[in-house]
Design a protein around this ligand. Structure first.
Ligand SMILES: [Zn+2]
Length: 161
């Protein structure tokens, strides 16, 4: 390396000025390791979007459990309100109650994929490019519509998409 002003060779050590003419030495720009970029935090706007998406996700999980239980209670009520004899209305009650029961069970079972999705949001939501577009669409379709839309509103990331 040579001085930009006087052209004399510079010593190898860390010196801020040329020992010959005193000209400030501009060091070659240090390369930021690229792999660290993914760990950089997202912008505050995106952070807020992830936070609201996580809250809606949590409410969705709680709602699925409470809603599912309520639907099952209604199903049991419908089935048990059937006349004791095996008449046609009794069969209709059992059918309707059975359908409600299935919906209630599906609602409760849906937390089996809702909780992993929520955990993924918690662990990767604040990392730049931590949530892929595919995941965001899955959140919108299978988890919570509002959460999915909020995540898709995040500024597009240049990496990992
Ligand atoms: Zn110099």
């Amino acid at each position: 390396m040579y001085c930009q002003k006087c052209g004399k060779p510079l010593p190898d050590g860390d010196c801020a000025y040329c020992p010959n003419c005193g000209h400030p030495i501009r060091k070659p720009q240090q390369n930021v390791p690229q792999e660290n970029q993914q760990d950089y935090k997202i912008s505050s706007t995106d952070e807020m979007l992830v936070l609201i998406a996580k809250i809606f996700g949590l409410l969705n999980i709680i709602g699925s459990i409470i809603g599912g239980c309520l639907i099952i209670v209604i199903a049991i009520t419908i089935i048990s309100s059937a006349p004791s004899k095996g008449t046609v209305p009794a069969n209709a009650n059992q059918l309707i109650g059975g359908v409600w029961m299935v919906f209630g069970i599906i609602s409760i079972l849906s937390i089996a994929w809702q909780i992993p999705m929520e955990c993924h949001m918690w662990s990767n939501g604040y990392k730049k490019g931590g949530l892929s577009t595919g995941f965001k669409i899955c959140v919108m379709l299978f988890f919570n519509l509002v959460s999915g839309i909020l995540l898709l509103c995040m500024s597009p990331n240049s990496k990992r998409d």
